[in-house]
Design a protein around this ligand. Sequence first.
Ligand code: ADP
Ligand code: ZN
Length: 738
Amino acid sequence: MTQSIRKKTPAGGPAANGVVDVLVPVALDHTYSYRVPRGTELRPGDVVCVPLGAREVTAVVWAENPDPDPRLHNRLKDIGGRIDVPALREELKSFVDWVANYTLSARGMVLRMTLRMGEHLGPERVRLGVRLVGPPPARMTAARHRVIAALSDRLLHGKSDAAKEAGVSVGVVDGLVDAGTLAVEVLPKPPAPPAPDPDFAPADFSPDQAKAAAILGGMAARGDFQVALLDGVTGSGKTEAYFEAVAEAVKRGRQVLILMPEIALTGQFLDRFAARFGVRPIEWHSELTPRTRARNWMQIASGEAHVVVGARSALFLPFADLGLIVMDEEHDQAYKQGDGVHYHARDMAVVRAHIARIPIVLASGTPSVESEVNARKGRYLRVPLPSRFGGQHMPQIEAIDLRREGPPRGRFISPVLAEAVRDAVERGEQALLFLNRRGYAPLTLCRACGHRFACNICDAWLVDHRFRQRLVCHHCGFSIPRPHQCPHCGAEESLAAVGPGVERLQEEAAHLFPDARTMVLSSDLITSIETMRSELNEIAEGRVDIIIGTQLVAKGHNFPRLNLVGVVDADLGLSNGDPRAAERTFQLLNQVIGRAGREQGRGVGFLQTHQPEHPVMKALVACDREAFYDNEIDLRERALYPPFGRLASLIVSAGDRPTAEGFARKLASLAPHDARVQVLGPAEAPLAVIKGRYRFRLLVKSARAVDLSGYVRDWLAGAPKTKGNLKLEVDIDPQSFL
Ligand code: ADP
Ligand code: ZN
C-alpha cells in the first residue's frame, strides 16, 4: 500500500475507528480484517465477537491494521463487540503463532485450545437462588412440601440445588415462586479461590532433597528462563522438592502450572498439595463440568487462580502472570497429542517458558532420551535426587526366562512368580501383576477351520472382552457379541482365546490364589474419574491383595503395602518397529516396578521375558540406568534419530487403497531436493486400514540443524491439495509409527 492511496478517505467513509486483523478459532491459518465500530477501542489480544458467514463467533484481535486496502474497506464487516474477559497477553499470542508454525497447524486451531473454556466465553453467568419468604401456597402437594422442608432454614439456596435436594423438578420450585412462597434472589459470586500458603507445612528435607529444593527454589525466585531436569528414582521425593519452587513462585504472587500426564490419577496429588499448602490447586482437564471449566478459565485469566494442575491442554491457558511451569513424569507418552494439532507438550512447555522468560522444571525417574541428552550437554540443569526418601531401597529385579521356566501351556504366570505372589499375600502384602493389554485375549480363533475374528473396517484383530461379553476393535470401537459358533465353518464350541489380557490374568489368579482378593484396573473398566479415584483409594487402603493392571497402575499412585510387582510379558512393547520401543519399555517397566516397596520392606520385581539378554532387561536387572542411556544414546546418534536428527511423518489416507497410495507417491516425487533431508516411503502403514481408511506413511528424516517444519511447509505448498476423501496429516516429531 502506498502513502497516497492510504491518505484518501474511502468513498462514503464509514463511521469506523480503524481496522483490525482478527484470528478466528477455526481451521484457518490467516486472519480476517474487520472494522472497529466508532466508540470502541480495541487492542491486540482483545477477545471479541465477529460475524463470520451467517454465524457470530468468538475471536481474538491479532494485530492492528493501519494500512487496510481502501478498496476493501467498504466491504469489511464490523466487529460485533468486545467480550468482557482479560485480553490474551502478547506472550500467549506469540506462543500460538510459534506452535502453529512448528506443527504446521492452522493458527486458528491452536487458538481454539486457549479459548476452549466450557459453557461460554465471558464473565460468569449470574446464578439465581431461592429463599423461603411467604406462607405455604393454597394448593399443597407432596413435592411442594419437600421443597418447603428443604428451604426451612430460610437461607438462600441455589435454585437447581434446592430442586435436587428436594428430589423435584425445577418446575415445582418455580411454581412456589409464582405462589409467593419463595422469592428469587441473585446468588453472590463464588469467592476467589484462596491462595496457597507457602508456609503452611514445609517439609523436613533429607540433605539431598534440601539441596535440590534450594536449587529449584532459587530458580523460581529469580524467575528467568531456565530448564531444570529433576532427576530422581520413583519415591525419591521429587514432588516435595519441586513444591519448594512452587512455594517461591507463590510467594512472589506469580501463577504456577503443574502438568501431569494422566489427570485421572491425581487424586492423591491434590491431597498432597493441600497438605503442603493448605488448599487444593485449581484443576484443568476434559472431565470438568462446563460450568467449572468456565469458572476456572476466568480465574486463570484474571490471575485469581494461583496454582493450576492440568493435563497437557492446560499449557494453552491464558495465564495472567505465569511464573513457573512444572512437568511431572516428563518422559510420558501421554504428553503427545496425536490428533488435531499434533504437538508434544514437553517441547511446547519449554517453548512457552522460553517465550515468557520463566523457569521450567521437568521431573522424571526415567527421563526421555531427549531430556537426558540435553542434561548431559548442559542445556538443561540436572538436579539429582540419587536415592529414595527415608532410606527405602529400590526394588530388586529378577528376570524369569520364559524359555526355561515358563508357565504350563495356556497359562501365563510362571511357577516362580506364582510362588512369590503367594508368599507376599501370606505376609499380608500386596502384589501387582502387570500386563499392558486390556480385555481377555487379543485374538480369538476357530480351532476347527482357523478363522480369526478381525475388525470389518480396520486392519486389526478383535479383542475378547469377557466383562462386556463382546469382541471389540481397539482402533475404532467396532464390536460384536461374543459368538458361540464359528461364523465361517459353523462349528460349535470351537473358539479359542489366544494370548492373555488382564481379564484372563484375573481368571488365572483366582484359580492360583483362591483366597486372595483381586482387582483389575484397566481403562476400559473405569467409567469416570470418580470411580477411578475410589478404586485407587481402595487399593491404597489395603482392601485388595492382588492388583492386575495395565499401564494405568504404573503412574502416579502410592500403594503403601505393595512390595511385589510381576511383569507378565516384559517383551510386549519391544517388537513393534518403533524407534523409541526400547526407551518406552525401559521407562514403563522401571516405573511400574518402582511402585513396589515405597514405604516398608524391600520391593521385588519379576520380569517374565523370552530375551533376558536384551539390553533393556539387562539394564533393569542390574539397576544400571546409565548403561541403558549410554547404549540408547549411542544407537540414536549413529542412526541420526532424535534428538540427534529430526523426524516428521506424513500420513496419507483415503477410502480406497489406490487413491491413498497414488497421492502418497505423488507427494514423494515432489519432495524438494536437500542433501540433508531423506524422504523414506511411501510405505503402507503398519496399521494399514483404520475405520475403513487406507493409510500410507512417508517418513522424513533430517539432520538436527535443518528447519524440518519449514522444509515440509515448502514441500506441501508445491503439492496438489487434498480433495474429497483424501486426507493428509502432518506429524512433526512423531511419537507413534503405526
Ligand atoms: P517421587 O515423586 O520422586 O516419586 P514422592 O515425592 O512421591 O517421590 O515421595 C515419596 C514418598 O516420600 C511420599 O510418600 C512422600 O510423602 C514421602 N516424602 C518425600 N519427601 C518427604 C519429606 N521431606 N518428609 C516426609 N515425607 C516425604
Ligand atoms: Zn476397527
